[in-house]
Design a protein around this ligand. Structure first.
Ligand SMILES: N[C@@H](CCC(=O)N[C@@H](CS)C(=O)NCC(=O)O)C(=O)O
Length: 216
């Protein structure tokens, strides 16, 4: 059955793999599943046809037959449960991997995404610098605990799982901040994940889509 995801017609990050379709593409590549992409403009994202797929008018979404999903955590979990390769075989290992997926979406990504709110939406406020410092300190706090848990392991639960995929994709939003490099094991963890062939294929696909959007 054909899998179709939605993505930005022209990603604002210019193909740096920061848009959240990246993690869905990556999960599909890890699972060895082909997919097609429906590219949407910002205006199309807010039209009823897309709001029926994604109630907040965001990308990405996932369609497979009569199943339509939104929220990348739910989409990646569906892919991981539907196809082998992203969740451990044993029930407890699966549960722990899924806990990391929730942690990525609920505990890690929100504090990191707050940096973008400060940078893009709070420009010109006289309290921006103070809040930036506060937000960065909160990120560092989370990173300290995550770094302690990862230790010198390659992955959070021994083998690579959908939990690592979600955590790494959230951490990648820090790549130009300098914060990640304060935690060498986390920087190495992200680099290890980005070296995976499935990641590279997903990254190349989203970059090619952006470059195609710039022609003509
Ligand atoms: N929690 C959502 C976040 C999705 C999200 O923030 N998508 C961004 C692109 S990376 C978007 O569509 N932004 C445009 C908007 O919110 O209008 C998920 O993980 O699926």
């Amino acid at each position: 059955m054909t899998i179709t995801i939605t993505a930005f017609a022209a990603s604002p990050d210019r193909g740096r793999g920061m848009a959240r379709d990246m993690r869905v593409r990556w999960a599909l590549e890890e699972a060895g599943q082909p997919y097609t992409v429906q590219a949407l403009s910002f205006a199309e994202m807010k039209e009823p046809e897309h709001l029926a797929r994604q109630p907040f008018g965001q990308i990405p979404t996932y369609q497979e037959g009569d199943l339509t999903l939104f929220e990348t955590g739910a989409i990646v979990l569906h892919i991981a449960e539907r196809f082998p390769g992203l969740l451990p075989e044993d029930a407890k290992g699966r549960a722990r991997a899924i806990a990391w997926m929730f942690s990525a979406a609920g505990t890690i990504e929100p504090v990191i995404a707050d940096r973008e709110v400060v940078a893009y939406l709070e420009t010109g406020k006289d309290w921006q610098a103070e809040r930036r410092q506060m937000v960065d300190d909160r990120v560092r706090g989370r990173m300290r605990f995550l770094s302690g848990r990862l230790g010198d392991g390659d992955w959070l639960e021994g083998e690579f799982t959908a939990g690592d995929l979600m955590v790494v994709d959230a951490l990648r939003r820090l790549s130009h901040s300098g914060i990640l490099n304060e935690f060498p094991n986390l920087a190495a963890y992200v680099a290890r994940a980005e070296a995976r062939p499935a990641f590279k294929r997903a990254f190349a696909a989203q970059l090619a889509a952006f470059e195609a959007s710039q022609i003509g």
